[in-house]
Design a protein. Structure first.
Length: 149
């Protein structure tokens, strides 16, 4: 969740005279208490990537199966809806066999009507897409397997 979304939530809480508000989404938590001396608390984990380890050969179509525990993967940093491309008629950001850099966009996750570009965060070759387009994803769910380069 980015700063703009947090500000909107806090402003809505203030505008509607809500005294106490608590939001938890996976490991992200927002807790506010107004009209008192208690501060506003926000906590969220950093996006997670597993350690680089050799992966299986490139596959064809996306598979819903989870990757093996010893294979590196790009994991979802949030709960939302997974999209392989920027629009329904656009080409996917990546497909099996593509080489990605750490700053390469690999997909979009929509959360609270905000489109969040997800970066590979590691250099390597996409070996498998683990999620179907427009599928709901959870925090920490593997999205792609990557063969480190």
């Amino acid at each position: 969740m980015d700063f703009k979304d947090l500000k909107k939530i806090v402003d809505l809480v203030k505008e509607n005279d809500i005294v106490e508000f608590d939001l938890q989404d996976g490991e992200f938590r927002l807790s506010t208490k107004l009209r008192g001396s208690d501060p506003i608390y926000v906590s969220a984990p950093a996006p997670a990537l597993s350690a680089p380890v050799p992966a299986a050969p490139a596959g064809g179509a996306p598979a819903p199966a989870a990757p093996a525990a010893d294979k590196p993967s790009v994991k979802s940093p949030m709960v939302g809806t997974f999209y392989r491309s920027a629009s329904p008629d656009a080409d996917p950001f990546v497909k099996p066999g593509d080489i990605v850099e750490a700053d390469s966009t690999v997909c979009i996750i929509e959360a609270m009507k905000v489109m969040n570009e997800i970066k590979a965060e590691v250099k390597g070759r996409i070996s498998r897409v683990l999620v179907e387009n427009a599928q709901a994803v959870e925090f920490g769910q593997p999205l792609f397997e990557i063969e480190p380069a």
